[in-house]
Design a protein around this ligand. Structure first.
Ligand code: AMP
Ligand code: MG
Length: 418
């Protein structure tokens, strides 16, 4: 049961606002935060400068078709010209071009100087006196002109984008071999709790496996961060204090999980209050109410809740945009919300914004539908693997009946591979 008064909870939007306004992107600090790397190693990295084209694309006028290059003024009444030579892709026609003749040309071949149209092969016939042009011809037809796609010295891609398959080949097509990117954000992570056992070790009485650190690692890898894994920290003030000091020395951002609620053994709060300027939030979202955020001596700090479903959700909804902000990824977009009809009833009590896990699909009419993954407890991690989206239920909403309209957010690449 949730006995908390909902008035002292802070909304997701307020929390995001605080995270983004109280932190400073790497690129806005006086430190050296950019590096020049090979284009071939830059997938997933954030551009630190605008990418300017050093060349025109195409870099020369060339043919869009296999056919014949002509000078319109050469055309006679019977529309027939003898062939004077060939231009192939990579092998320009460089001889003298006699008046009253045409040049065989292939796709991608440079347009011979003086030509003002290319006639596609399908609109010609070979006759005894030369090539006959059977269709009307427009000046400039089938010529790809220099700089038509990209002109030299213009911005091709802005700074603040994450490089991927949609941009890297474009940069390669400009002959650019290296790019300036923001250095990777260094993120120190640790889990807290005496009950946590490492994967592969047998469980002793009362122990559980450490799921959170693994989940957080995987998401940080997808976000292309440099990870400093400090392992499991026992519920012991000295161990925790030491972990915070180490993390603060090495990282830009420190993320812990567990120990931010009000349990007896939760020392994090006490240590953090000594270590820096930290706020303990009660978020008006479910799962994931407790969340700590603040500044250690050198670094930013996020304390995620211990329950694995909550830890992943708060990472996804809060830490993901924070990391984008800190990394100079200004083009980052929050997950898009779509409208769907639920085919199952959804249990919900008013007071918090719910992120239930759902399975979305298109029905036979092509409409978006969603169903619950089942039990929504914050310890039911299998709900993520069953689901493909969050069902986002407004804060004041109560139970939802089958057939009602809801908002959904498809899991992005942090949670799914497709
Ligand atoms: P806490 O916030 O530390 O009180 O933890 C809340 C719940 O989450 C407890 O049931 C913990 O055992 C569990 N928990 C905390 N950390 C982890 C973790 N790293 N992996 C899995 N469960 C955890
Ligand atoms: Mg704990």
């Amino acid at each position: 049961m949730d006995h908390c008064h909902t008035s002292d909870l802070i909304s997701l939007d307020q929390a995001l606002e605080k995270l983004l306004t109280h932190t400073v992107p790497l690129t806005a600090t006086p430190l050296i935060t950019t590096e020049t790397i090979n284009l071939t190693e830059s997938a997933g990295r954030i551009t630190a400068t605008d990418i300017i084209s050093p060349i025109n694309v195409p870099s020369f006028d060339n043919s869009a078709m296999d056919g014949y290059a002509i000078r319109l003024a050469d055309l006679n009444e019977n529309q027939t010209l003898p062939m004077a030579g060939k231009a192939l892709a990579g092998i320009p026609f460089q001889q003298e071009w006699p008046n009253g003749s045409c040049i065989r040309i292939m796709t991608g071949a440079p347009i011979p100087s003086g030509a003002d149209a290319v006639v596609m092969q399908e609109q010609t016939e070979v006759t005894a006196t030369g090539i006959r042009f059977t269709h009307p011809i427009k000046p400039g037809q089938n010529i790809r002109t220099i700089g038509e796609d990209i002109s030299q010295n213009t911005v091709v891609l802005p700074k603040g984008i994450k490089l991927s398959t949609t941009q890297l080949p474009l940069i390669a097509s400009l002959g650019i071999a290296t790019v300036d990117v923001v250095r990777k954000l260094k993120v120190a992570i640790f889990s807290t709790g005496d009950e946590l056992q490492a994967i592969g070790e047998p469980l002793q009485a009362g122990q559980i496996y450490d799921t959170n650190r693994f989940a957080i690692r995987l998401m940080l890898e997808k976000l292309d961060c440099e990870i400093i894994d400090l392992g499991v920290i026992r519920d012991d003030p000295d161990a925790l204090r030491h972990a915070f000091i180490e993390a603060d020395k090495q990282a830009d951002l420190v993320i812990s999980s567990g120990g931010v609620s009000v349990g007896e053994a939760d020392y994090t709060k006490q240590i953090l209050e000594e270590a820096g300027k930290i706020s303990f939030w009660k978020l008006a979202i479910k799962p994931g109410k407790p969340f700590a955020f603040g500044k250690l001596e050198n670094t930013w700090f996020c304390g995620l809740p211990g329950n694995p479903v909550s830890a992943v959700l708060t990472f996804y909804q809060l830490v993901q945009p924070l990391i984008a902000h800190l990394s100079g990824f200004t083009a980052w977009q929050p997950p898009m919300r779509l409208t769907a009809k639920t085919t199952t009833p959804l249990k919900k009590s008013p007071g918090r914004l719910d992120f239930q896990r759902g399975i979305a699909s298109l029905n036979e009419y092509g409409e978006l539908e969603v169903q619950t993954t089942g039990h929504q407890g914050s310890h039911i991690f299998s709900s993520y693997s069953l689901g493909n989206c969050f069902i986002v239920l407004e804060r004041e909403r109560g139970h939802v009946a089958a057939g009602e309209t809801v908002q959904i957010e498809f899991f992005n690449y942090l949670l799914k591979n497709q």
